[in-house]
Ligand binder design. Structure first.
Ligand code: OAD
Length: 230
């Protein structure tokens, strides 16, 4: 299926960065202190306790800064080189796909290295780890800065979402790797692709709601399965 496909779209989730050492959101290791991501990754949580939310993001930033891309990231970068039309759609806010060499990457849930000012809307790229001041303040207006990520209940970045939709509709094969396929609207992309005629391949350590719908479901660590597939 992959050999025949000249147009390939891939959707990744936290599972592809797990073998690099970045904690996933759900399942064992998904907890930070006693909190679930659903309790922290919301505008309401940030309003209530920006310091707590920032401490969690600062912890994740430190993890991401300290790790390297793994064979799953590298296999996807190689797949891009071999496929005429290729799009990598990711729910991950880390930059491990880019660091592995992927070029066309659509970040549906934003970028953990971006900071947005809640006051004057100033945006900046900031790779300081750990951040020297928590919560960070805008250098221009002094207002609170927030992480440049998408929280529950917020819309996805419009450009990335429409590019992801177009890629899903055009794909001959849609490959899903390392996502629980529970968070909408990202989880709808494989179904959009399938309705438009794509074959579905899933790579995951466990079964997901997508598994019964996939043409091929490969069970195992992405860092092993994706290089084998390649
Ligand atoms: P989850 O933590 O929900 O799911 C990770 C998935 O990867 C699970 O299905 C695991 O079985 C699988 N997995 C774990 N390790 C793996 C490995 N080494 N190889 C293959 N599969 C593995 O992460 P996401 O699906 O990415 O959003 O979560 C989606 C969104 O929910 C995230 O982007 C984040 C989160 O809340 C926001 O913060 C908005």
């Amino acid at each position: 299926m992959l050999e025949a496909a000249t147009n390939l779209a891939v959707l990744t989730g936290a599972g592809v960065s797990e073998e690099s050492g970045v904690p996933t959101f759900r399942g064992p290791g998904g907890l930070w202190r006693q909190f679930r991501p659903e309790q922290l990754a919301t505008p309401q949580a940030f309003e209530r306790d920006p310091l707590l939310v920032w401490e969690w993001y600062d912890w994740r930033r430190q993890k991401i800064a300290a790790v390297e891309p793994n064979p799953a990231h590298r296999a996807l970068a190689e797949l891009e080189k071999r496929t005429p039309e290729f799009a990598l759609i990711t729910q991950n806010v880390d930059d491990l796909h880019e660091r592995a060499g992927s070029r066309r990457v659509y970040h549906l849930h934003g970028n953990i290295w971006l900071l947005h000012c809640m006051g004057c809307q100033w945006q900046e790229r900031n790779r300081e780890v750990p951040l020297s001041t928590l919560p960070p303040r805008c250098r221009h207006c002094g207002a609170l800065m927030r992480p440049g990520v998408v929280w529950f209940g917020e819309p996805l970045p419009r450009k990335a979402w429409s590019a992801a939709n177009e890629a899903a509709e055009a794909a001959h094969v849609f490959l899903v790797a390392g996502t629980s396929a529970l968070v909408q609207p990202a989880a709808s992309l494989p179904l959009i692709a399938r309705d438009a005629g794509a074959r579905l391949i899933e790579v995951n350590r466990d079964e997901t709601p997508l598994s019964p719908l996939a043409d091929v479901s490969l069970r195992g660590p992405a860092g092993e399965v994706l290089p084998q597939l390649l």
